[in-house]
Design a protein. Structure first.
Lengths: 401, 145
């Protein structure tokens, strides 16, 4: 059955700060970075920042893993008069693509008219995501994980990648293909942090941080902020930009995935997956679309192996066939979409452009559907954007031209 | 192919744990070098970490059986960077272990493999070895069975 709010709301503005290598956004503060992105998104939409009357966050309104964003702070600092909605999806980056659904809920419920979703990330030495689990204070639950030395997200997900390789014969060649493809996509993009060509030799010489994953399988460590504005499709028609419709947005997941790599109790085949299958199934049921109808895939790429597993879970290929599908080269950008191909992370993604906990993917989807992307897929009509393979919720969103 | 050599557990003097009323019996047993699990006294489902309710039958009744202390490696990673700034780099192998004597999924342990890192494989049989950590607690790790 079609999603009840299909195309009823639209993303009308997108804004971002420059992307900085980890720590280099200092002495700006996260409030400053978030404020810059929010004001840029308003300017892009052609609205006044004082028109914002709703906030839809993810990651528990966290700025990174250690900082906080708060609606009252933004109102005080940006002069926003009154809000009728302020809420966040729980857990972490898994919910990123669910923010479109949360914003839609706010708007369709009559709580707010212009809803902003924002993420600001600043990774000073004490707040690096890569070491955050290792540095966390012991709790009753993490005491069953932390003493193993799986100190960061990449270490945790390397264990999932290993199981996938064991079950399906997946190879590091496929991980390399994803990394190199995205590097090529980043090269013409001025916003990208990594723009030099990447050779096979370089990749295989990259240090193994958590075998089977090497440093180049890990996403960038960057700072910055990205924000987007959602409003009704009706209002969107009168604003500055071509509307990008929220065709469907879902978040959630099943108990079999649960806390995922924070738990490691997932049965096969869920263990060696992205956890996204339940969300994917709902999105396809919501829209009547299949993976074949998607023109550009903006898949959350904190680690290369998790992109491969999402390709399977969203049905771009069969479960267990990700290796061969990736190696067929079908992820590479071509200006005109080739049959059976799916241009992946055409902005370079979090592996090569910048990592702002997934929000750069929304930015690229909006650019693709407006027709203003650097690596423009001709006549792109549907973009798939996903949140992180992470503890529930995972999330996905289909945006429409 | 890989050539990592010997893998050790994380240094015990750098490890601190926390407990709550539901997890403490697991650690008290560990202190006596007994590997146990949180088992539902109503339906027998096992779960780690120990939590208030059984996810299968929602019972709050728990028992703590003595397990054989063996298991099978379900997956693993090989790491070469020290997690601690004051400890030089060393090879360690985080493993996910299916624990013998538990029924149902969920009762896995995440630990370190102690031994030859190049020998580690999914499906390898392992047995518990105990690492002394801070505050008098003992941590279950594993070596080749």
């Amino acid at each position: 059955m079609a999603w009840v709010n299909r195309d009823k709301c639209a993303i009308v503005g997108i804004g971002a700060t420059p992307y900085y290598v980890r720590g280099q956004s200092w002495p700006q503060t996260t409030d400053q970075l978030a404020g810059e992105a929010i004001m840029a998104a308003c300017a892009d939409a052609g609205i006044d920042v004082k028109d914002i009357d709703g906030f839809a966050y993810y990651s528990g309104a966290g700025a990174g893993y250690t900082g906080k964003m708060d609606t009252a702070d933004f109102m005080e600092q940006l002069g926003i008069r009154e809000v009728g909605f302020t809420a966040a999806l729980t857990s972490g980056g898994g919910g990123m693509a669910g923010t479109g659904g949360l914003a839609t809920a706010a708007i369709m419920n009559g709580d707010a008219t212009y809803v902003v979703s924002v993420m600001a990330l600043q990774q000073l030495p004490q707040s690096r995501l890569g070491t955050v689990f290792g540095q966390a204070a012991p709790t009753a639950h993490n005491s069953f994980m932390q003493p193993s030395g799986l100190v960061g997200p990449g270490h945790l997900m390397s264990v999932l990648a290993r199981r996938h390789m064991h079950l399906y014969g997946t190879t590091r060649d496929a991980f390399f293909e994803i990394v190199q493809t995205q590097r090529e996509h980043a090269m013409p993009r001025e916003t990208a942090v990594r723009r030099k060509p990447l050779t096979r030799e370089e990749y295989f010489a990259s240090p193994m941080l958590a075998d089977p994953l090497c440093r180049l399988d890990f996403c960038l460590e960057t700072d910055g902020a990205v924000a987007f504005i959602t409003t009704t499709a009706e209002r969107a028609k009168d604003l500055r930009q071509k509307p990008v419709y929220i065709h469907a947005s879902r978040h959630g997941g099943t108990r079999a995935w649960g806390r995922a790599f924070g738990w490691m109790g997932m049965p096969d085949p869920t263990f060696a997956s992205s956890g996204h299958k339940p969300v994917a199934d709902r999105l396809w049921a919501d829209t009547g679309l299949t993976a074949k109808d998607i023109d550009v895939a903006l898949l959350y790429d904190h680690f290369s192996a998790m992109v491969l597993m999402q390709l399977e879970d969203y049905g771009f290929c069969e479960k267990g066939e990700g290796n061969d599908f990736v190696l067929s080269g079908k992820l590479r950008y071509a200006n005109r979409k080739q049959p059976g191909a799916i241009p992946l992370n055409t902005h370079g993604g979090q592996l090569s452009e910048a990592y702002i906990i997934g929000m750069t993917h929304v930015r690229e989807a909006v650019e693709q559907l407006r027709g203003t992307a650097v690596n423009q897929v001709e006549d792109a009509e549907f973009a798939l954007v996903t949140g992180g393979p992470a503890a529930i919720p995972t999330s996905g969103m289909i945006l429409r031209r | 192919m890989s050539n990592y050599g010997p893998a050790s557990a994380l240094p015990g003097d750098h490890i601190r744990i926390a407990t709550d009323p539901y997890t403490e019996p697991f650690w008290q047993a560990a202190r006596e070098h007994r590997l146990t699990t949180c088992r539902c006294a109503n339906c027998g489902h096992c779960r780690i970490p120990p939590t208030p309710y059984c996810p299968e039958c929602q019972s709050n009744r728990i028992e703590w059986p003595d397990l054989p202390g063996t298991g099978t490696i379900f997956s693993y990673a090989i790491c070469t960077k020290s997690p601690y700034p004051d400890v030089p780099d060393f090879v360690y192998v985080p493993i996910v272990v299916d624990i013998d004597g538990t029924q149902g999924h969920g009762a896995r342990l995440v630990a370190n493999f102690v031994g030859d890192a190049d020998e580690v494989a999914i499906g390898m049989k392992v047995k518990v070895v105990w690492t002394s950590i801070n505050d008098g607690w003992e941590l279950p790790n594993f070596e080749k069975a």
